[in-house]
Design a protein around this ligand. Structure first.
Ligand SMILES: [Mg+2]
Length: 247
């Protein structure tokens, strides 16, 4: 195992390691008034499914206080176990990179708490002091780094840059999910990386593309499918509620 260099691996939260979509679907189906009004159960000013105290909020769906709390949103299937395996390989320098809605202040603390709840608060956590909250993911691009993100928005798509060997893998495209091909290719890359003899530059870029070619042909859509709220909303909904994130 090499300690001088690890593969930078950046993980998005919503739609990649956090199942925010299910909860947004639930709210949409149960508490919808119109696209800017929601009548939701709340405790102490935060969304609380178990509360019998309903409050009408004037905001977008992703601006509901408490929505991103670990009390509310669960990990994606397989995310925790695969991340644990990736940590065990010793090949990856893991980071979280996520966007919190600008007008949802609780989201900013909820996201940190979510990471600490599931991975720990202490230096032993794989994400200890390695959480990036930003609307500009391209400003954190790493040479030879990998970003796993379900959307190209907020600079995520710009990670796919052959000039510096960085790549964007679109989560949930082409069976690139934690309990699908994603685990396979990331573990295969780690194995190849760990076999590197330590002489010269680490061959991350070449290795990655070899591993990728063997397993998949495309790692993301050509264009982003998510363009925000449709003008026809809600009478002719062409977007799912969770596709309205961060507009
Ligand atoms: Mg996402």
């Amino acid at each position: 195992m090499k300690t001088f260099y690890k593969i930078p691996l950046y993980l998005d939260m919503d739609g990649t390691i956090v199942d925010t979509a299910s909860q947004m679907d639930y709210i949409f189906n149960n508490y919808f008034v119109d696209e800017n009004h929601w009548r939701v159960p709340m405790t102490d000013g935060r969304y609380d499914k178990s509360s019998s105290d309903f409050v009408e909020l004037e905001c977008k769906l992703d601006q509901i206080p408490g929505l991103f709390s670990y009390h509310i949103v669960e990990p994606m299937v397989g995310a925790l176990s695969v991340i644990e395996k990736l940590v065990a390989t010793g090949a990856y320098d893991l980071h979280i990179i996520t966007t919190a809605p600008w007008y949802n202040q609780s989201a900013w603390t909820d996201k940190i708490e979510w990471v600490q709840h599931y991975f720990g608060r202490d230096p032993e956590s794989p994400f200890y002091k390695k959480v990036h909250l930003t609307h500009n993911k391209h400003q954190v691009i790493q040479n030879e780094g990998i970003l796993i993100d379900d959307r190209s928005a907020h600079g995520a798509g710009l990670w796919d840059n052959p000039l510096i060997g960085s790549v964007w893998i679109q989560y949930d495209y082409n069976n690139l999910v934690w309990d699908g091909k994603l685990e396979t290719i990331l573990l295969a890359l780690a194995e190849r990386f760990n076999a590197y003899d330590g002489v010269g530059q680490p061959p991350t870029r070449d290795l990655f593309h070899q591993v990728l070619k063997n397993d998949i042909h495309e790692k993301h859509h050509d264009e982003d499918d998510f363009t925000g709220i449709t003008n026809d909303f809600p009478e002719n909904v062409s977007k799912q509620p969770w596709e309205m994130l961060y507009t």
